[in-house]
Design a protein. Structure first.
Length: 202
């Protein structure tokens, strides 16, 4: 029994040493390396057949079950960069009353999740419990994670008609570290448009 116990302890020690010596790839990431740009589009949409767009003058803020609008300096920079990219692709910005072909919205989304994890003691299986053995009850850890990201969408107003519902023909998510840094606004907004080569006027 002593030999078996010694082998277990040596195995745990070697595992701990190898874990502590291995590099932490996540910690080595720069903010730029952690950024993810996700774009989706309606494949039946011919973006070249649209000419104008209207952009909201504020950013929509969604935080779990709450929502509102924001007009901070950062929000205005994001809106301005989105408008600049749309203009570069041949679309003319017009007011809402001018019957634009596209409606463009920018959202700042914050999602918070809470959970619980049971931490079971691995020695329970080894030592056993009951019949004079020992038992260590599990402990519980509570965690809370919050993810904030940008969401941009383009809505087809040209073919909406009199319906209250309009189709989202393009959307983008910008996730990762540093995306709310004012110095990074231009690059992260440009990135989602750069990978959407189909989004342009003929």
């Amino acid at each position: 029994m002593k030999v078996k116990y010694l082998n277990i302890m040596l195995g745990l020690a070697v595992a701990a040493m190898s874990w502590s010596c291995s590099p932490d790839a996540l910690q080595d990431l720069t903010p730029e390396d952690s950024q993810v740009f996700i774009t989706n589009y309606e494949k039946n949409t011919n973006f070249g057949n649209y000419s104008t767009f209207s952009l909201a003058d504020s950013v929509f803020v969604v935080q779990n079950d709450r929502s509102g609008v924001a007009t901070t300096a950062l929000d205005f920079r994001v809106l301005s960069r989105v408008a600049e990219n749309m203009t570069k692709r041949g679309y003319a910005r017009v007011g809402k009353t001018a019957k634009p072909d596209f409606g463009v919205n920018v959202l700042r989304i914050s999602e918070t999740q809470t959970g619980v994890v049971a931490n079971f003691n691995p020695w329970n299986t080894y030592w056993g419990f009951g019949g004079g053995g020992f038992y260590y009850p599990p402990t519980y850890s509570y965690y809370q994670t919050t993810e904030r990201y940008w969401y941009v969408e383009i809505i087809d107003l040209k073919n909406a008609g009199t319906s209250d519902k309009a189709t989202v023909v393009w959307n983008a998510q910008i996730r990762g570290d540093g995306i709310f840094d004012e110095n990074a606004v231009a690059s992260v907004i440009d990135a989602v448009f750069t990978q959407s080569t189909y989004l342009k006027k003929n």
